[in-house]
Design a protein around this ligand. Structure first.
Ligand code: SF4
Length: 246
């Protein structure tokens, strides 16, 4: 589909905004040398070959929509009592790149869409800076209903919701997963260390490279901290390199 000049301008602006906030001087210096080298050969080798990622069938698309319907009607865990809207996820049903966050917040619960609050706006800037359009990626969460007071979801809630997320991954078959923050990273790239140590190194989920990075809400809470933005951008450059975007 041909994109309008206004759309392209808007994407470029978001790209520049994020790069400037991330410290463009650093970003530009890195892009020619070591940035991207963090994508280990093993992670590249583990990429599912194209034969293992056949074009999505109409049945699979229908199954993804059915999963959305099941989520919206789900009462499997206590979180259904607190929701205004369940938030199944959104984006390209055959996305190469999938972002997984923790759970819906107040704005997401109100709108039934993932990552629409302040943290969501930052994530969408990051996606544009990575040269992806929002309709090229898929965004989901570990739990599909808002935990009260935005608390971290309990283990039993994560386990109750897990089959929906796994179904989404199996149907979308992304080439790379980015986990945002500790909660999804604990499930997809487990480790004892904090996020500062675990971020930036590819893990593996059933042959899909998994890149852990900080949750955008952590960046929003530490707005003046350029180092955090720089680290996230460094992580995303590795993802871009793996997907041939740089
Ligand atoms: S969080 Fe997941 S498992 Fe719990 S009620 Fe919502 S959709 Fe169902």
């Amino acid at each position: 589909m041909k994109r309008s000049a206004a759309d392209i301008r808007e994407d470029l602006q978001a790209h520049v905004d994020f790069l400037v906030e991330a410290g463009a001087g650093f970003v530009i210096r890195r892009s020619g040398d070591e940035a991207g080298s963090g994508a280990p050969a093993a992670a590249g080798a583990a990429l599912p070959p194209l034969a293992a990622r056949p074009p999505q069938t109409s049945e699979e698309r229908a199954a993804l929509e059915e999963t959305d319907r099941q989520v919206r009607a789900c009462t499997l865990c206590v979180l259904h009592k607190f929701r205004t809207n369940a938030v199944p996820g959104e984006g390209n049903p055959a996305a190469e790149l999938m972002f997984i966050g923790e759970g819906p917040g107040r704005d997401e619960d109100a709108q039934g869409r993932p990552f629409v609050g302040r943290a969501g706006q930052l994530l969408r800037k990051i996606i544009a800076a990575m040269t992806f359009r929002e309709d090229e990626v898929y965004i989901a969460n570990m739990v599909k209903c808002r935990p009260p007071d935005n608390r971290v979801p309990h283990q039993e809630e994560i386990e109750a919701c897990w089959p929906y997320l796994i179904r989404q991954i199996e149907l979308i078959r992304p080439r790379v997963i980015v986990t945002l923050g500790r909660t999804p990273t604990d499930s997809f790239a487990p480790g004892r260390e904090g996020m500062t140590v675990r971020r930036g190194k590819f893990g593996d989920y059933r042959g899909i490279p998994v890149m852990p990075t900080f949750h955008p809400s952590y960046l929003v809470r530490n707005e003046g901290n350029r180092e955090l933005k720089r680290m996230v951008w460094e992580d995303m450059q590795k993802v871009m390199a793996l997907l041939g975007r740089k």
